[in-house]
Write a protein that binds this ligand. Structure first.
Ligand SMILES: [Zn+2]
Length: 294
């Protein structure tokens, strides 16, 4: 429950509540607090908020900062989004706790994670218990490749894919692209991690993958193909190598390129029809107008 006396910009802005207005109304009616004391629920973002059972990610460095600032570790609301797989502030992939552990429900199972580190345990007023480590570790950022582009740039590209409902992400998500995604993941992995699937995320119902490794894989393949088509530098050298050499990957890249060209031609016809293409081209560079279609 929120402390009504604390200053909301300092404390309440990042707190995670489930995306249900009913829960918020219930909290207001049960506690008698003013609505302003209960922060708004997560914004409705067209299905981009993960099911509760898949909200398992965290940035360890954000939690060290919480402790340094004299507060308990807390879950950032932005970690609840499907496309949120990294922390730009600390330039790292997010970690994830293991799903379906027996040490708490999906909603309150964070205490054992905080107990594994003395700093977090102390900040959360819990007993430090390093023996819990092997039971809570699900995914660690250091086990996969870092991008060669900046983390800011990578995050912006990931968010754009979702915002634009990019066709390229749909093609990468097809069951036929499973082999390519698997090969790319092998190239990205620098240390073996326990295999987790969406079946391990108890109660997970969405058609999109929920586990962080799969989300990173989908987004990274899409970004690298898009960069290839646009003639940009690789974001991941090893991923680029797979896409350029693996036969099924080449097929996927070709498919994406074909769709992109058709979309581009349609866009050109539209602009010509509107008799404004020539005006646009005077000030635009060659790639403008393509990026939103792929
Ligand atoms: Zn962080």
């Amino acid at each position: 429950m929120l402390d009504p006396n604390r200053i909301s910009p300092a404390w309440g802005e990042n707190e995670d509540l489930d995306a249900s207005n009913d829960i918020r109304r219930l909290l207001v009616s049960l506690t008698g607090l003013d609505e302003s004391a209960v922060p708004p629920v997560l914004p409705m973002t067209g299905g981009q908020v993960l099911d509760v059972s898949a909200r398992l990610t965290y940035c360890p460095k954000c939690w060290y900062e919480d402790a340094e600032n004299g507060r308990a570790p807390y879950i950032r609301y932005q970690w609840s989004f499907w496309s949120s797989v990294l922390c730009t502030k600390h330039e790292t992939w997010l970690n994830a706790r293991r799903p379906g552990n027996q040490l708490g429900s999906e909603l309150n199972g964070w205490a054992p994670v905080w107990q594994t580190e003395p700093t977090w345990a102390s900040a959360a007023c819990l007993r430090h218990d390093p023996a819990l480590g092997p039971f809570v570790a699900g995914f660690e950022a250091e086990t996969i490749l870092r991008p060669t582009c900046t983390w800011e740039c990578l995050d912006a590209e990931f968010q754009a894919l979702l915002r634009e409902k990019a066709l390229i992400l749909k093609l990468v998500s097809k069951p036929e692209s499973c082999r390519v995604r698997a090969h790319v993941w092998e190239a990205m992995e620098v240390a073996l991690t326990p295999r987790v699937t969406d079946r391990d995320l108890r109660g997970y119902r969405s058609a999109e993958p929920g586990w962080i490794a799969d989300r990173i894989s989908y987004l990274s393949v899409a970004i690298e193909i898009r960069r290839m088509i646009m003639g940009s530098e690789p974001a991941f050298e090893r991923v680029r190598t797979v896409l350029e050499n693996d036969e099924s990957a080449k097929q996927l890249v070709w498919e994406c390129w074909g769709h992109m060209r058709r979309s581009h031609n349609q866009a050109q016809r539209y602009w010509r029809g509107a008799n404004i293409l020539e005006t646009r081209q005077q000030g635009d560079n060659k790639s403008d107008g393509l990026s939103s279609t792929i």
